[in-house]
Design a protein around this ligand. Sequence first.
Ligand code: SF4
Length: 218
Amino acid sequence: MEGCDKPRMISLMLKEGTERDAPVLRAREEINCNPFKALVFTMLSARTRDQSTLGATKRLFRKASTPLEIAEMDLGKLEKILYGVGFYHAKARNLQALCRKLISEHEGKVPSHFEGLTSLPGVGRKTANVMLGQVFEKDAIAVDVHVHRISNRLGWVRTRKPEETEIELMRIIPKKLWKRCNISMVSFGQTLCIPRNPKCAECPIRKCCKRVGLPKMK
Ligand code: SF4
């Protein structure tokens, strides 16, 4: 369909997210310039709202802002700071283990390659790809719940798991757009193509959307 090329649709998603003040955009603006802070934020953000994650990340960095300071922090104190983030007990332990590994194997710096990132405790594919695409500006598609849901609703992919979506998107999206996919779709998914009752009547790409899995529009 005319006007339904993917570069245009991805741009429109980001435009909507920006105009509707998506939390992810504000959070990324604050953290992306510091790879360690961005890694901590991204790791903590699993199953947690961006506002809560950003609040916890800021609280933490006011008390401790280097891998060494966080590694040496009392675990109970760290858990208290992270309270409000989903699974904060497990994440506090992982974060300290991650910091120790950064110190022992990476001279306290965040690795900028997939293998190095995914070898860190608590860092999976999604977090590694967010770091690669948005912090290190490498070609990577980070697929989280928003990217997975929207790609399937649009009819771009028919997949059950985020890992399958990542493979399919890499096949159908031009490489130069990969790093923009996550931020565009997450901001769009936080504000317009939300999980329940997406705002299809207001959607600028509804003519290009198959609305897979959604009831017919009245
Ligand atoms: S038309 Fe609805 S389901 Fe499709 S992208 Fe827009 S908001 Fe999402």
